[in-house]
Write a protein that binds this ligand. Structure first.
Ligand code: 16G
Ligand code: MG
Length: 547
């Protein structure tokens, strides 16, 4: 231990000193900030990843990315053994370790080691990958230096999407039961399932589905991976890849976040009537679809629309199979009210609401046999419990069941392989959506017509200290400051289909306001009034929210 601490201290001082005294926090999606502030943080996260690996006696992942942030930013997310997000208590270890002075680094490591009962005799293994940012290679070297200084070994995958690395970590920790921990293994697993299911679809003459898709790859890692993907898809899907990084800038005027927030197509995408378009974000863990109707009007198919499509499809397969497994959908407070009403009333699938952030949705989804979760921003997946997965597998082989039941179970089995269950995955979600549309023989407007979104508006309010706002009930109720929730309630009742909530952002120094109502004008008005209430009661600074 002492030898390791000396090696760690030496490399810290000589190669990765903490030059600037600015506090950094492991937030909802790891560390994320300007790339020039991150070298020492990455080095230290290498050390932490090694210790985490020794604690869990398993391989840990470290993904270098800042997702949909601008090219100038970067960041890191650690991945736990089952391919899920880092456990919350370790988020505070990460924040602690990233912020200590260089001379306190050794003692900080000792503190964590003694708190967590780390087995120092276990050799740590860390799987490392990065997105396409210019700074990623340099930061990856810093991270690997940290792992090695702590006595661990790295496997460097180079360029991967975030969900690909989550997949690799899960594979290696299940002795490749989940899949093979290589990029080839990833594409093989997903696309074999996709092609098999596509092949089974009877070609009805009235099938309106067209197997072409235009993809905006956000000038990021999604582009080279989507090119690779196409070689596995036979004729089942043709992808025309735009914003592939050959000239444009990462996430600039493109990508899933831009399209969702701006409610308009990414630059470089030409929309033809009812032709499907999709956008990935910068690390390809989010996807949104969109199209223009015959009048040229833009329609966004966000995470809510994807969730209803997926939940409806799984519900149908489950009921055909006769299996009595419980299927549920997890959304956040941002889910459009129309989507929640449609899922509950039309699909009769129970809906749970979780706080914003993938880990909250993921955990809630684990409570169902089949848990579908999606954020409106396009991040989501489906998780199958062990019980569900083994029941589905046995039903697919059970000769006492009818052929219809067995076929449905066999299809579910293959669908499980198509889905990256570790985390939302733009590539896997795209294949799933394409499969479902092809199965139903739908054009994108058929999918869209399931329900009409309630008009909505989001606002940001700057306040002196956003922590004065605390929430409960999956962020739908403001507990403090006193009287704020009553104020929101009294505004909401003035509007038909009115709904609004406020929450402090986990990634920006602002308070976010969401409002929806029967018309766009009313949604705008409600958001502005609620924003004003936040401004008045929670210490607003600068200009009050504009009408
Ligand atoms: C992070 C979350 C995302 C969430 C967003 C909310 C992960 C991997 N990402 O990007 O799920 O929607 O934060 O940001 O958990 P906000 O707190 O600023 O509204
Ligand atoms: Mg992302």
């Amino acid at each position: 231990m002492e030898g390791m601490l000396e090696a760690v201290r030496k490399a810290a001082v000589e190669k990765y000193p903490r030059k600037v005294n600015r506090k950094i926090q492991y937030g909802t999606a790891g560390f994320r900030t300007r790339e020039e502030y991150l070298d020492h943080v990455l080095y230290r996260m290498g050390i932490l990843a090694a210790i985490r690996s020794q604690t869990k006696k398993a391989t840990i992942g470290a993904m270098i990315t800042a997702s949909h942030n601008p090219e100038e930013d970067n960041g890191i997310k650690l991945i736990d053994p089952a391919g899920e997000m880092l456990e919350a208590t370790w988020e505070s270890h990460a924040t602690f370790l990233a912020n200590v002075e260089d001379e306190d680094l050794a003692s900080a490591i000792k503190t964590i080691v003694s708190k967590e009962n780390v087995s120092m005799d276990v050799t740590a293994t860390v799987y490392v990958a990065m997105d396409t940012r210019k700074s990623s290679q340099r930061l990856s070297e810093a991270l690997q230096c940290g792992v090695q200084a702590a006595g661990g070994t790295c496997k460097d995958y180079g360029l991967l999407t975030t969900p690909q690395l989550h997949f690799m970590v899960r594979c290696v920790n299940t002795n490749n039961q989940y899949g093979t921990a290589t990029e080839e293994g990833y594409f093989q697993k997903l696309t074999t399932a996709f092609c098999k299911l596509r092949q089974q679809i009877a070609q009805k003459t009235d099938n309106m589905y067209k197997s072409t898709l235009t993809l905006d790859a956000a000038n990021g890692i999604g582009a080279p991976k989507a090119y690779k993907l196409t070689s596995y898809l036979a004729d089942y899907l043709t992808i025309d890849i735009c914003n592939d990084g050959s000239s444009g800038k990462l996430n600039y005027l493109c990508g899933a976040d831009y399209v969702k927030v701006q409610q308009k197509p990414a630059d470089g995408m030409t929309l033809h009537c009812n032709a499907r378009c999709a956008s990935f974000d910068g690390d390809a863990d989010r996807i949104v679809y969109y199209y223009a109707d015959k009048d040229g009007k833009f329609h966004l198919m966000d995470g809510d629309k994807i969730a209803t499509l997926v939940a409806g499809y799984l519900q149908e397969l489950l009921s055909r199979s006769g299996l009595t497994l419980n299927l549920g959908l997890v959304q956040t407070a941002y889910a459009n009210g129309s989507s929640t009403a449609y899922i509950t009333k039309n699909l009769k699938v129970p809906v749970a609401c979780a706080a914003t952030g993938v880990k909250h949705l993921h955990h809630r989804a684990l409570e169902f046999d089949l848990g579908v979760y999606f954020e409106a921003n396009g991040h989501g997946t489906v998780i199958f419990s062990e019980n569900a997965s083994s029941q589905i597998q046995s039903a697919a082989k059970d000769s006492s069941l009818s052929e219809i039941q067995r076929d449905a179970a066999a299809q579910l089995c293959t669908v499980m392989d198509l889905i990256n269950q570790t985390v939302g995955d733009a590539i896997s979600d795209m294949l799933l959506v394409e499969l479902i549309l092809a199965t139903y023989g739908w054009e994108i407007n058929d999918w869209d017509s399931a329900y009409i979104d309630l008009p909505n508006r989001q606002l940001k309010v700057k306040v002196k200290d956003r922590t004065v706002i605390t929430t409960a009930n999956a962020e739908r109720t403001a507990l403090t400051p006193d009287g704020l929730q009553q104020a929101v309630d009294s505004l909401v009742v003035k509007y038909e289909h009115g709904r609004s909530f406020v929450r402090p952002s986990g990634t920006e120094d602002v308070v976010r306001v969401y409002a929806e109502a029967d018309t766009q004008a009313n949604a705008d008005k409600l958001a502005q009034e609620v924003g004003q209430a936040v401004y008045n009661m929670a210490g607003g600074i600068g200009d009050p929210p504009a009408p």
